[in-house]
Design a binder for this molecule. Sequence first.
Ligand SMILES: C[S@@+](CC[C@H](N)C(=O)[O-])C[C@H]1O[C@@H](n2cnc3c(N)ncnc32)[C@H](O)[C@@H]1O
Length: 252
Amino acid sequence: MMKTTKEIYNSTAANWDRKEAVLLSDFTARPFVMELCEPLQGKKVLDLGCGEGFCSRQFMQRGAASVFGIDISEKMIAQAQAQEQKQPLGIQYEAGNAVDLERLPSDTYDLVACVFLFNYLNNKQTRQVMSGIRRVLKPGGQFVFTIPHPLYAFLRDNEYPFYFDPEGKGYFSGRDHTFMGEIWRRDGMPLQVQSVHKTLEDYFNALAATGFDKMPFIKELRVEDKHLEIDRAFFEPIYDMPLHVAFSLINS
Ligand SMILES: C[S@@+](CC[C@H](N)C(=O)[O-])C[C@H]1O[C@@H](n2cnc3c(N)ncnc32)[C@H](O)[C@@H]1O
């Protein structure tokens, strides 16, 4: 039987633990997310699906006033808290489901970030989370998220250093189906990931339905020449492919 997201992350939490860029997407996605969120000085940040806190720590180190990280996996939260104990930054972490944000007060956060969270949620859950985010964001607050590029699963075989297996489903017929995949660390270790498939239109429709009705800024993220200079063998197999998409919206 297919493992739940919580089970996957509880059983692999130790392998996600990192203090510096290690995973493919630590190079191809997260640095751009950080740039999108700048300036962070003085901001109240909510990091949904924070994992072991890789992005939460960077938000704090870049000057956020506070960071609250929520993740469904208690083991990922335990890793985040262990790092916080070793090197206190003042980040608050809690195990919880991003679908249930009712307990959080309205109009509170300057920035809500979801770095590869929505690929664990189906269309209905995605809308629930976006609607919660719109409520807890201050007017004028920013919502930043990244997802695997919806086309990527269909462009790449099940190979190093990153893939999702659509198991014969198509771009449209695969909607809300879970594609299992792997993403590699540069040290050669693969990590199990999932993509509950949604089309690009699904994301735009979910945003519009939950009140994010202005055009988002989007960037299709990829391997760049600077990555090849770091490690050609690692990045070259997926050069010129659309890997992830980053979105940024302002809450009106
Ligand atoms: C790919 S990891 C990314 C972690 C972190 N954002 C980062 O960039 O390193 C996805 C995380 O989303 C969490 N997650 C999945 N579904 C969730 C949900 N419904 N509520 C909260 N967290 C969830 C997983 O437990 C996992 O830690």
